[in-house]
Design a protein around this ligand. Sequence first.
Ligand SMILES: Cc1cc2nc3c(=O)[nH]c(=O)nc-3n(C[C@H](O)[C@H](O)[C@H](O)COP(=O)(O)OP(=O)(O)OC[C@H]3O[C@@H](n4cnc5c(N)ncnc54)[C@H](O)[C@@H]3O)c2cc1C
Length: 435
Amino acid sequence: MTKDYDAIVIGTGIIGTCTGFELAKRGFKTLNVDKLPAAGYGSTSNTCAIIRLHYSTPAGVAMARESYFYWIDWGKYIGAYDESGYAKYINTGCLVTKTEKNHYLANVMASLDELNVVYEELDAEGMRRRLGLIDTRAYGPPVAAADPGFGKPTGDDVAGAVYIPESGYINDPQLSCHNVQRGCEAIGGEFRFNAEVVEILQESGRTEGVRLADGSEIRAPVVVNVGGPHSFVINRMAGVEEGMNIKTRALKQEVCHVPAPEGIDYNALGMLISDGDVGCYSRPEVGNHILIGSEDPPCDDFEWVADPDNYDNTFSGQWQTQVMREAQRLQGLPIPETQQGLVDLYDVSDDWIPIYDKSDLPGFYMAVGTSGNQYKNGPVAGQLMAHLIERVEGGHDHDAEPLQFHMKYVDRDCDVGFFSRLRTINPDSSFSVIG
Ligand SMILES: Cc1cc2nc3c(=O)[nH]c(=O)nc-3n(C[C@H](O)[C@H](O)[C@H](O)COP(=O)(O)OP(=O)(O)OC[C@H]3O[C@@H](n4cnc5c(N)ncnc54)[C@H](O)[C@@H]3O)c2cc1C
């Protein structure tokens, strides 16, 4: 086969750009293609970009912890000049509420301990000391807005919280993708925009490249699907969905931006709050605003989207429900008439855990199903994918003998098989954005 590149990566979000970058570092001649006009214009542009360390398994904490070291030293990871400047990590700390559903954070604390991540356990009084405007009464478990119990306390104080001082967010996720693009280009990687892949070329049972919407063909023995909420469309193009035990689909999400309570400088005093008791997460947003997302409580209707290029991307009643839920916790939070924020899609796998894997079609790989919580893991996901591709292309049978990937800062192996497309549904998942 004649080839134009060693690998084509479909997508230039955070995981697509990092995958291209890490392959280029390993000597692959790479091309990232995207149907949009610039890097990070897909779902990454609308991510809340929360960088948190709390997960309920040591493996989850380890991956987030490893990535954290890249975010806090971002310019050094990129290693190249970017005329647009660099994305910045803003540290805020994170308050996570204890609930019965999260087992009062017992697993989270044990996992943080295993990775030596510092945290503070707080009772309700301690929570109020951390954030003066907080209402510590219990409201959970969350109910739908139409429920007569909505907004009414269900008990005295919540069971307490854990405060993790090393947590925050990235101020400009789209810029972070541009940064990775510049880093990748500096070592020979190429990018093509306004280039929609419409077919995965195949020859003798192997990937051969892609065909674009303008009819042109690009040849490469490796093609990687990092299409975000379009991941299932691309997997169907390649004909690999049938061979996957875990599949992906797109889910509508609404994120609210509201002004901070009057007289509060939330950019200075606020923090990430992950609050299963009211069913929301929140963080400070520029302009003294508060950003509010949903933790997807089971009482809410999920709006699955059949066509990610054609769906209702306007706010629904969910917007107001989320703001009212957060107002249960943050005293004085206004509920504005005008709805501000954004609507986008999660790429959700059947158990809300990503798929970082090969496929049944030799040469075709996927980093998909990132389910609302993998922006933070972009740099590590890119390395994991490059390691996987290099080893499988070198002859390793990853399905039979799952690869391990060494994370250098936490000095720990990541079991790549955990992310297999062939796994059975993981019953320990939260089946939500929490992961
Ligand atoms: C509302 C929201 C909030 C989130 N909040 C957080 C958070 O706080 N913290 C966190 O860690 N994660 C969060 N996430 C998840 C995180 O944003 C994603 O996991 C991550 O951005 C996915 O990056 P990606 O590169 O895989 O995909 P994307 O950024 O979606 O990129 C995929 C790209 O593929 C391109 N593409 C698709 N089909 C084709 C085709 N046929 N041809 C060419 N190009 C194609 C698209 O144009 C797009 O640019 C959130 C996600 C959303 C939607």
